[in-house]
Every structure is written in C-alpha cells, then in structure tokens.
Write a protein that binds this ligand. Structure first.
Ligand SMILES: *Cc1c(COP(=O)(O)O)cnc(C)c1O
Length: 390
C-alpha cells in the first residue's frame, strides 16, 4: 500500500499479532526472550538474525513506539529511552569524545543546560552558547573540534522559534551535526529532518504521552548515527521500559486530535491575553506579533500548546496571579490534558541571574501556560479572574 497519512500511521503501525489475534497491541512485560537452540542463540547474538534478545536492547513494545516516531519524523531509525534527559544524555555521550566542542542555543531546557555546565567540563567537552535572536553569531563560535549545533524550537520556556533551515545550512557548511529537541512541537506539528536536522530528540513525557502519566524519550535520525547511539545505550542501560512504550505507542494514536484541539485552545487563549490590560506582552508562535511568526508558519503546522506572557508588575504580580488561579494546575510539567501554569522566575529558573533569565526569554512576571483540553471558555475564565485579581 502507498504511503499513509500521519494519523493513519500513528494508529495502524502495530507489532505482529500473536495467536490470540488481539486488536490492541499486547504488553510484552518481559526482560528476556527465549531461543529454540544453540544455533539460533548464536546467530541472534552475532546480529545475523534480527530478533529480540533482551529488553535492554529491544522489545516489541519499544520497537513499535520507535517505528511510529520514525515514520512521523521521516527518520530511518531510532532508539527509545527512559526519559527525555536519558535521550539527550545518551545521544551526546555516544557521539562525543573528550576534547570535543558543541555550540548550543543558550535558551534550552534547564536540565540540558545543567548537563552542559556541570558535567561536560568534567569530561573535557566544551560548550559555546548563541542567542536565539542571533543565529549569525554561530559561525564565530564554531571551532575545528566542534561536533554539534544543538537547539530547541520552540524553546522552553520563552517560546522562541529558531529557523531550522538556517541552522542546517550553517551545520552543513561547517560539517557538524544539527540536533533538534522537538519536544514542544511534537512530530505532528514539525519534522526537523525535513529542514535539514541530523538527529531529532523528544521528551515523550510531554505531549507524546499527553496525559501526564509516564516518562519517556527518543532519538531518531540516520541508521548510521542511531547505530552508535544504540551500541552505547545497549551497554549503559537507559532503555525505555516496555510498559511505558506500550502507553506511549497508544498515546500516539490520539496525538493529532489532541494537538489540533490544544493548539486551537492555545491560540484562543493567546489572542484573549493580547487584549488584557494586565498583560504586558504575549508570546505564541502563531500570533502575528511573535518576532519569528514568519519562520513559525513555515516550519510548524500549528502554533503549539505553550503560551508565554508577561504580567505587569513583575515578581509580585506573578505570585499573586498564581495564588488566584482556581482550576488550572500549578505544576512544572507541560503537555498534559490539564492546563498548567508555571512561574519560571520563582520556581524552575529561580537560581538564574537576571541576564541569564533574559537570555532564556523570561522576566520576573513571565507566566508559561501549557494549554490543555478543558473547554476553552473555562480556561480563559480561570486565567481572566486571576488577572483581574492583580
Ligand atoms: C521536559 C523536557 C526535557 C526532558 O525530558 P524528561 O522526559 O523530563 O527527562 C527535554 N527537553 C525539553 C524541551 C523538555 O521540555
């Protein structure tokens, strides 16, 4: 059959049915697999025969999840991890050596930045940072030992959008790899490989699960690069559990419809916030006022589910706003069916200096809202009453 559409692949890619002819994929909660004889075991371990040996290497549930994401991202191969951070860490650890250098956007997920600043120096891996508003500066940062350009788009928590075609042209010119953390967009809204990325990483914990239940991560790309990541991971053991893979594969079946509604809600909320007098600015990729609106509409199918906005009145307003919220959840997670509000300046980014906060796109009164699947009227009502309390 010819190539199917995204929604169909997400539902119809399925591991082979067992003799029970189950409709949904069964859960293969098994650490190991058995062999018929010595020869089968030898051939399997020698990789002459492709089959599951041990769940640290592969498992039918993780393979199904990987196959779906590869199809959605247009990637040749992938490996699934216990969390998004396990995917990021293992990808870097598998492909970098002591003495290497990477160029990263300053505006990246907090734990990713922590990995670069706390652990990379210990392994003699150096990181240089570029501002998401100045991609031209990347050229000056590239050194003979540079291996990767690394970025997220849209960024967490500032919701900045980076031009992936520009990043990929720079990477190709200097013969380095472009790695994109595609967590905020999901493979439904954006496929970085189309724009020239070499590897794409996801925290599946966020919109891919989409229901706030399990942790997971995945890296996809060329067969050759994934082979190195696989060999490292098979030795070091950051693999995704079959149970979580089963949950995540099922979640992918509804990713498109969840994203459609959540993005619709997010655009409506962002449009409402733009008119509210207590709000200084709103950042949402599909608002015309977003500084990278033109790039966003080129790269993304819809604007995503995260809205950032700045309250008049800074830190004090931020705290008061949070204390006035009645329905939305105060949580650090995102990409859930439940709308979540976060105040980065007093929580996840509290330890940063003012300039560092600004560098990641947040100020003292910035609110990050992960828009969920509740009725939009109720989301707006809750946020509006908390704004009116300021
Ligand atoms: C949450 C997140 C991660 C880390 O994922 P975990 O599954 O929590 O380990 C990485 N990148 C981005 C952009 C994230 O939002």
């Amino acid at each position: 059959m010819s190539k199917k559409n995204f929604e169909t692949e997400a539902i119809r890619i399925q591991s082979e049915r067992t003799q029970f002819k189950e409709h949904a994929t069964p859960l293969y909660l098994t650490s190991g697999f058995v062999f018929d004889d010595a020869e089968e075991m030898r051939a399997s371990f020698a990789e002459e025969k492709e089959r599951d040996l041990y769940s640290r290497y592969s498992n039918p549930n993780t393979s199904e999840f990987i196959e779906k994401i590869c199809k959605m991202e247009g990637a040749e191969d992938g490996f699934a991890f216990a969390s998004g951070m396990a995917a990021i860490y293992s990808t870097f650890a598998a492909l970098l050596s002591s003495g290497d250098h990477i160029v990263s956007a300053r505006s990246v997920f907090g734990a990713t930045h922590g990995l670069f600043t706390k652990y990379f120096p210990k392994w003699n891996i150096e990181t240089s940072y570029f501002s998401v508003n100045d991609l031209e500066s990347i050229e000056d940062l590239i050194q003979p030992n540079t291996k990767f350009i690394y970025a997220e788009t849209p960024t967490n928590p500032g919701v900045e959008v980076l031009d992936m075609e520009k990043l990929s042209a720079l990477a190709k010119k200097h013969n380095v790899l472009l790695i994109i953390d595609n967590c905020f967009a999901t493979p439904y809204l954006q496929q970085p490989i189309k724009f020239g990325a070499d590897l794409v990483i996801h925290s599946a914990t966020k919109l891919i699960d989409g229901q706030g239940r399990v942790l997971g991560g995945i890296t996809v790309g060329s067969k050759e690069l994934i082979r190195d990541i696989y060999l490292f991971s098979r030795l070091t053991g950051p693999a995704l559990s079959p149970f979580n893979a089963w949950v995540l594969s099922k979640s992918l079946e509804t990713l498109a419809v969840r994203c459609d509604r959540q993005c619709e809600n997010a655009l409506k909320l962002a449009t409402f916030l733009e008119t509210h007098p207590k709000v200084k600015w709103v950042k949402y990729p599909f608002l015309k006022s977003h500084p990278q609106y033109q790039i966003a509409i080129k790269q993304m199918k819809l604007g995503g589910t995260i809205v950032a906005f700045e309250l008049n009145g800074g830190m004090e307003s931020g705290r008061k706003f949070f204390d006035s919220i009645k329905m939305c959840s105060l949580s650090a997670n995102l990409g859930d069916t439940r709308t979540i509000v976060t105040h980065p300046a007093s929580t996840t980014h509290a330890k940063l200096e003012k300039e560092d906060k600004e560098a990641v796109g947040i100020l003292d009164g910035t609110v990050r809202c992960s828009v969920g699947l509740e009725h939009i009227e109720d989301i707006v009502k809750d946020i509006e009453q908390a704004l009116n309390a300021l």
